[in-house]
Ligand binder design. Structure first.
Ligand code: ADP
Ligand code: MG
Length: 577
């Protein structure tokens, strides 16, 4: 078959297909260019979701007439001179593809004037056909106008969604950049109506309100700097996370920026949601703007046609840094700002009694101040502990994992592992505060083989482990010898439990200090497991311990220890109300 060379027009359209998927892709490229040009003000106007008009105006560095011609050439860029520059790149653009690509599939013009020039220059490109540059009068800065996007690529145009939907994508993208660059004034109008405006004063909170609405007044938690033991070398994390009560039903309000670049990254999303633990109801997702700053050489930005994804050299380190920082912000939030959880869930109230009973109780967040109004039994019948948990009567065990108990205000289903973990965690922390740790010397010290990762973690955490009751010495050849364990540690396989503690710490740990992280892991891995049958007296003891604990409703990891079904709720579930 004869092999023909494609025409420039066809090459241009094909290349554009990679960069420009829909109107938001165009807006993103143009906004990134304005940010690279150090603009302080970026205005975006769109019509009909961007398919009729996209216009981006900035007050940045601008381009002179010669630069203007070069800018619309394929691979014309001022940001990169060699491939090696990629490893030190600080700009958002680098391929020199955006302007020619957009110009190939629209009626396009750029007008630009650097601040030092007397006049501006304009170049018009009609579906890839470049007209001569001419002088125009304009204020300093750059205006890019894109009309009739995909006018000559009907297949692409047919895939566009409703204008309102395309405008929503654009609004989210601008919102992301506006919250990441609080020092830049952003404005977005759709069909002449203002959709979003920020003031460029640098105040995160007021920008969150401008983007996410008035609920966000007081609704953001700035990310703190991590204490040095928790910090992840080479990655620093800043920005903010929303209160757990201010969630969305989608993941599009979790914005991640890597060295200033807006990216999508599943692992970072998971890490963030992990930090919220059970503070989120099922199907709800956090709102956040998170910046990761790392050496440009530690991240590959050249892996995606629209630069929407990056590859970290150490993805787990990046995820860990996000998880720990967000966790620290949430852990530091005053308690009264954590969510009040209503146990209400929309029940199907039809009279169809053949329907399975709606006993699927919502996945419950931890820390719910969900106590019912106190039941007054008179002073002789004090039914509540200072913890706020009423005295409970143990009824039995389900699946060797959950304890059923009754209280004055309904039924409690207690996760035996999480409950014991909470009890042990508080006991460890209490002992640490009182500086007297019950350690149990082992008659025969245990020699435990460790992987190199576990060994390194053991070394790093030696002081914390000792404070909690583990006396550990190195035994050489990848092994350690454990001479004592916390007195409360129960059950067999201590070596396995010790390794599990180290593994959890290797994968990041939880808590606001390293000591707390070690305590949480120790409590988790030395406590009663799920699947362990318990006698009624054992369950009573555990529940009594839980009642006495300070925060009985969540384990050290933040998972709930119990589900509470009130009498009212039961009546409702059985359609008695
Ligand atoms: P890239 O951003 O990858 O360099 P683009 O095609 O997006 O490629 O832009 C080409 C060049 O045009 C840029 O390198 C920059 O020098 C110039 N440019 C584009 N937009 C602007 C703008 N808004 N202000 C100033 N210069 C711009
Ligand atoms: Mg660019």
């Amino acid at each position: 078959m004869p092999i023909l060379r494609l025409t420039d027009e066809t090459i241009g359209k094909i290349a554009a297909g990679e960069v420009v998927e829909r109107p938001v892709s165009v807006v993103k490229e143009l906004v990134e260019n304005s940010i690279d040009a150090a603009a302080r003000e970026i205005s975006v106007a769109i019509e009909a979701g961007g398919s009729v008009l996209i216009q981006v105006t900035d007050d940045g560095a601008g381009m002179g007439p010669d630069e203007l011609s070069a800018a619309i050439e394929r691979h014309g860029t001022s940001k990169l001179t060699s491939f090696e520059d990629l490893s030190t790149l600080t700009t958002l653009g680098f391929r020199g593809e955006a302007l020619p690509s957009i110009a190939a599939i629209s009626r396009f013009s750029v007008r630009s004037r650097p601040p030092g020039h007397d006049a501006g220059a304009e170049v018009i490109v009609e579906h890839g056909l470049v007209r001569p540059v001419r002088a125009v009068a304009m204020p300093p800065g750059t205006v890019v106008t894109v009309r009739d996007l995909f006018g000559n690529v009907p297949a692409r145009r047919a895939f566009l969604r409703q204008p309102g939907t395309e405008a929503t994508y654009i609004g989210r993208m601008i919102g992301a950049y506006a919250s990441a660059y609080p020092g830049i004034r952003f404005r977005l109008t759709h069909d002449g109506r203002q959709v979003l405006a920020t003031d460029g004063q640098g105040d995160q909170a007021s920008i969150a309100i401008a983007i996410h609405g008035p609920d966000f007044a007081g609704g953001i938690l700035p990310l703190p700097a991590l204490e040095s033991a928790l910090a992840v070398p080479g990655v620093s994390v800043s920005g903010w996370v929303g209160l757990p009560s201010l969630t969305k039903s989608h993941r599009q309000a979790m914005h991640f920026f890597v060295n200033g670049r807006w990216i999508q990254h599943r692992a970072l999303g998971f890490a963030l949601e992990e930090a919220y633990h059970s503070l989120l109801m099922v199907g709800r997702h956090p709102v956040a703007t998170i910046h990761l700053t790392l050496d440009p050489a530690a991240v590959d930005v050249n892996v995606h046609p629209t630069k929407a994804e990056v590859r970290f050299h150490d993805e787990r380190a990046a995820a860990r840094a996000v998880q720990r920082t967000a966790h620290a912000a949430l852990a530091g939030a005053p308690r009264d700002r954590l969510p009040t959880v209503s146990w209400e869930r929309p029940l199907n109230r039809s009279d169809d009694h053949s329907r399975p009973l709606p006993m699927a109780i919502p996945t419950l967040p931890s820390l719910p101040p969900a106590d019912p109004p106190p039941v007054d039994h008179g002073p002789a019948h004090r039914t509540e502990h200072p913890s706020g948990l009423p005295m409970l009567r143990v009824l039995g065990q389900i699946g060797a994992s959950f304890i059923i108990a009754e209280g004055p205000a309904g039924m409690y289903l207690i996760d035996q592992h999480a409950a014991h973990e909470r009890v042990l965690f508080e006991r460890i922390m209490g002992q640490l505060a009182g500086q007297q740790v019950d350690r149990q010397p082992l008659l025969e010290p245990m020699v435990i083989d460790l992987t190199p990762e576990q060994l390194a973690m053991c070394d790093r955490s030696r002081d914390e482990l000792a404070a909690i009751g583990f006396e550990v010495d190195s035994f050489g050849d990848g092994a350690v010898v454990v001479r004592s364990v916390p007195a409360m540690a129960r059950g067999g396989n201590l070596a396995g439990r010790f390794r599990a503690i180290l593994d959890e710490l290797v994968s990041g740990g939880n808590g606001t200090s390293w000591l707390e992280a070690v305590a949480i892991s120790t409590a988790c891995h030395t406590s009663i497991r799920a699947g362990q049958p318990l006698s009624i007296p054992e369950m009573r003891e555990l529940v009594a311990d839980l009642e006495r604990s300070e925060h009985p409703r969540a384990c050290g990891h933040g998972r709930p220890t119990m589900i509470h079904l009130t009498q009212d709720e039961m009546a409702r579930q059985f359609s008695r109300r």
